[in-house]
Design a protein around this ligand. Structure first.
Ligand SMILES: [Fe+2]
Length: 314
């Protein structure tokens, strides 16, 4: 098993870097570490690492890859051999602030990046003068879709050390969504079963300290005349307990702000919470308006790491 420490960052594709920078930093308040060529590097106020969200200029929207930090540098060599032995695409890879990393594709086709050491610039927790927008605290989780949900979950459990905190069942008692954690909060990864052949990326999520920050995000986008960017919420999920709101950027990439989920204090005692189909109304939304169709059916494609080509528009 690869000793993963935590979810670390997400690299997303945007078609207009200046507009994306305006959306994520000027309006929503992610702190800009730096802009370098076709990339803008952003982070939350609790994150001392160089970046947790990278905006990459590209010809279309989508996910480039999801980054995870491993617990020790030796894990990278071990991971390379282990992933290769599973027949997965694996390659050495560098990014800004990370000299030694590994890019691979999960069995479901999701590009992931492993590293140990990223340039450390220091957190901004007590630099209150830098806090703005919705005060994004830290990258909380990612949400993606794959065709073979069980195979993806098995990989994350067996090779990356994740465990399921909660699951959804459909009317035939077949699992349709899974929430998984390693770090110990309600989830770092949520995965849904897709009826389509290609994988897709649904959203990344930043934790905020206060429900008022979620409301403030709506106020900010509305005052910038971006009413259509407010896609779903505010509301409260039954699953994970979190208060939420979902926004879409200018390219239809989706970001969530989220607050007040739980911590798993004793992982060995945890029993996966199973939500049945007849709990549909309150498992997704403990309260809130019905889920818009766009949220249920639209996601952005992911890159093929060996070619840089996108796959999986929905
Ligand atoms: Fe989410």
């Amino acid at each position: 098993m690869i000793n993963i420490l935590r979810l670390s960052h997400v690299v997303i594709r945007v078609t207009d870097l200046d507009k994306a920078r305006y959306f994520y930093s000027d309006l929503l308040g992610l702190i800009e570490t730096e802009k370098d060529g076709d990339y803008v590097y952003l982070r939350g106020i609790e994150e001392g690492q160089h970046h947790s969200l990278v905006l990459k200029k590209a010809s279309s929207a989508g996910l480039s890859y999801i980054g995870f930090r491993v617990a020790k540098s030796e894990e990278l060599d071990k991971a390379k051999e282990e992933l290769k032995s599973l027949g997965l695409k694996v390659m050495k890879y560098k990014e800004k602030g990370v000299d030694d990393g590994l890019l691979f594709e999960t069995p479901g086709g999701i590009p992931m990046f492993l590293y140990y050491d990223m340039e450390y610039v220091g957190d901004s927790r007590l630099d209150f003068y830098k806090h703005k927008g919705v005060n994004p605290i830290r990258l909380a989780h990612v949400n993606f879709v794959v065709k073979d949900l069980e195979k993806e979950i098995e990989f994350l459990k067996k090779y990356m050390g994740y465990y399921e905190t909660e699951i959804f069942l459909d009317s035939d008692n077949v699992k349709t969504v899974s929430w998984l954690t390693k770090r110990g909060d309600s989830h770092e990864i949520a995965i849904s079963k897709s009826s389509k052949n290609s994988p897709g990326f649904h959203h990344e999520t930043y934790y905020v300290h206060d429900v008022k920050d979620i409301i403030r995000g709506c106020d900010i986008l509305a005052s910038a005349k971006l009413w259509d960017s407010i896609e779903r919420g505010p509301g409260r999920h039954g699953v994970t307990e979190g208060y939420y709101v979902y926004f879409r950027d200018f390219d239809k990439n989706r970001i969530e702000f989220f607050s007040s989920d739980y911590i798993v204090l004793d992982p060995d005692k945890w029993k996966t919470i199973v939500w049945t189909y007849d709990q549909f109304r309150y498992r997704s939304d403990f309260w809130g308006r019905p889920i818009p169709q766009s949220w249920l059916t639209e996601w952005v494609p992911v890159e093929d790491i060996s070619t840089g080509n996108l796959k999986g528009w929905s």
